[in-house]
Design a binder for this molecule. Structure first.
Ligand SMILES: [Zn+2]
Length: 264
């Protein structure tokens, strides 16, 4: 599933294609998944932003197009066998490709996220100054949930998913199973900085394209961060720090990769 680095890379790819352009036609067969898209017709794109894993396109006259890529969604410059939505703009065309159809699009009054509850209760952006250690520490310490579940929850930091939760916990040397309230201040600080570091590097590398190749940048190029995963998807392979085998367990319903020796 695309996480913060993949969505941010998509945002950066879309910005030059969309900024200042006008939607002339938006066609699809599924008004339940792609909601109120007719409202965007004739509107100009004034901004291409992101919040957590959501893309936020600011449109003229106070509207906003919100896009969630779901599991396998992404934008392409050409039609594919899995094109779900076709956008005709004044100088170009763009296609929303989504084999598994978990992606969603909403056109709303700017900032009115009543139809999108997940977006209205996101925590701070981890790569912004809104992500602050005192609040992070407090959020961790008041919960008995395992660290992996806390990172996936979007409340401590928006946009972290399965890949980057596993990678951040490895860098911090913390077990994904450790309850939040059993983390001391120095450990919480390591995790706080590991989240920023892993996400920042992954954005710089254009995100992670896994072996299923579902995530691509709009120009069709893969990301580059998958080469740098220390534990994610590496069960049975040697830990880059100690050489013992990376383990896999299911935590918070998700496949979780960690080194049982380096992460305690
Ligand atoms: Zn290790």
């Amino acid at each position: 599933m695309p996480e913060l680095p993949e969505v941010e890379t998509t945002r950066r790819g879309l910005e030059p294609l969309l900024l200042g352009r006008r939607f002339l036609e938006i066609s699809h067969q599924d008004p339940r998944r792609y909601r109120h898209t007719e409202k965007a017709l004739g509107r100009e794109v004034e901004g291409v932003g992101r919040r957590g894993k959501f893309l936020l396109l600011g449109l003229s006259k106070g509207l906003e197009m919100v896009v969630h890529l779901g599991m396998t969604g992404g934008f392409r410059l050409q039609v594919t066998p899995h094109t779900r939505v076709a956008f005709r703009l004044d100088q170009s065309e763009l296609f929303f490709h989504d084999p598994r159809r978990f992606g969603r699009i909403w056109v709303v009054e700017r900032g009115d996220y009543r139809e999108i509850p997940l977006l209205s209760r996101l925590g701070p952006e981890p790569l912004s100054e809104a992500f602050r250690f005192p609040e992070f520490l407090e959020g961790l310490r008041k919960s008995a949930k395992p660290l992996k579940a806390l990172l996936l929850d979007q409340h401590l930091a928006a946009g972290v998913g399965n890949i980057y939760a596993d990678e951040a916990l490895f860098r911090a040397g913390l077990s994904p199973l450790r309850p939040g309230k059993k983390v001391n201040e120095e450990e919480a600080r390591r995790l706080f900085f590991a989240i920023r570091e892993v996400l920042g590097e992954a954005v710089a590398f254009g995100g992670s394209t896994l072996s299923d190749h579902t995530y691509q940048q709009p120009d069709g190029l893969p990301g580059g961060f998958q080469e740098r995963h220390a534990v994610y998807g590496r069960q049975g392979l040697p830990c880059p720090r100690c050489g013992e085998a990376v383990a896999r367990a299911v935590v918070a319903g998700r496949g979780t990769h960690f080194c049982p020796w380096c992460q305690t």
